[in-house]
Design a protein around this ligand. Sequence first.
Ligand code: SF4
Ligand code: SF4
Length: 122
Amino acid sequence: MKAFECKKCGTCCYGEGGILVDERETGVIAAFLNTSVETFLKIHCEARNGKRYVKSGADGYCVFFNKDRGCLIHQVKPAPCRLWPFYPALLKDPESWREAMNACPGINPDASHEDFLKEAGE
Ligand code: SF4
Ligand code: SF4
């Protein structure tokens, strides 16, 4: 039984500039977009506390979320996006994993936390 299968609903792409992007990823994403690091940072990112985050658009979704196509930088998306929903807190705490189901319809409520842990390790 699959413990997670993304439904491409975009819920996890909604919110105020919460996606951290590190220096290596900045270069990779800029190259993927065929632009310079400077332009990528200026147009698509915002700085907070000395760190860079991907911006949200006026609709509240990440600037790279497209409602028809999903993530426009899927192949090179930042680590938090690649990792979700297999975050350490959800692996460690079954209660947090259960709560995350309210936000992410891709987490299978019929699967067990053990199934989720197993899939995280695959
Ligand atoms: S909230 Fe879950 S199902 Fe929806 S796009 Fe994000 S990972 Fe996929
Ligand atoms: S980079 Fe892609 S997966 Fe990550 S929040 Fe933006 S649209 Fe969603």
